[in-house]
Design a protein. Sequence first.
Length: 256
Amino acid sequence: MQNKKFPPEKRVLTMINAFYVSKSGAKNYQYYLNAVANNVANINTNGFKAQSVNFTDLLYSEKHGLQFGNGSRAVVTRDMSPGGMQSSESGLSVMVKGDGFIAVQGADGQIAYTRSVNLGVANIDGVSYLVTAAGDFVLDNNLNRVVIDDAQSSITLKAPAEADGESGYTLGVFTFVNPQDLIALGNGKYVLNEEAGMEAIPDTASTLAQNMEETSNVDLISEMAKMIAAQRGFQANAQMIRTVDEMEYIANNLNA
C-alpha cells in the first residue's frame, strides 16, 4: 500500500524495533528446532552426542533515556556426557568407559578423537595396522599407529590406565578440559578447536570395554519437549512480526 502523502521514492519508514527483535527470535527458534531434529535423527547413532541450544540477549540500545533490547542470539553447545553401553555385533569393537576419547588418524594425516569404534586389521605394505571401520588408523598414547602381530590369534585392547605389561595393545586415550569445544566431523569423530586453545591430555583414568558400543546420549522425551517449545516460540515470534507489520501499516496511513 503506497502512502498517498509521499511518493514511494521519498517515503521514509521508521520500522518499529520489535520487528527486528521478533525476526531474531524466529530465526533462533529455527536453529533450536534444527538441533532437535538432528538429535532425534541420530538417536540410534552409536557414540552420538546431543546438541542443545541456549539463548542470550544482545546488546541494548538507549533512546530517550530508556534501554531497549535488540533480540537474542542462539548459542549451540554439545552434551559430551557418556551414553549407554550395548554389546556389539561387530567382530572387534571398543568403547571408552570414562571421559576419554580414542585417538585415530585419517588418510590425510589429521588426528581425530572418538568414543566408540568398530575395528579391523588392514595390511599395508606388509604391516598390519589396527584401523577403524572408516579406514582411520588407531593411535597409541604417543600418537603412533598401532601395529598388530599377525601371529596372535586374538586381540586384546587396553587403555593406558589398564596397561600392566602383559599381552595386549594399549590405545591412545585422551581427555580435554572443555570437551564441549571439540569440533564434530561426523561419523563419531571430533577434532581440536584450535581457536579455543584446546590440548589433548593423556587419560590415566578411563578404561576400555571391548566388544561393546556406546549408544547415543539423546533423551527422546526431552527432545520431544524441546520440539514443542521450539514450535511455540517460533509461532509467538511470527505472530509478533505480523502484529508489528499491522501497526506499521496503520502508522504509515494515519495522514493518508
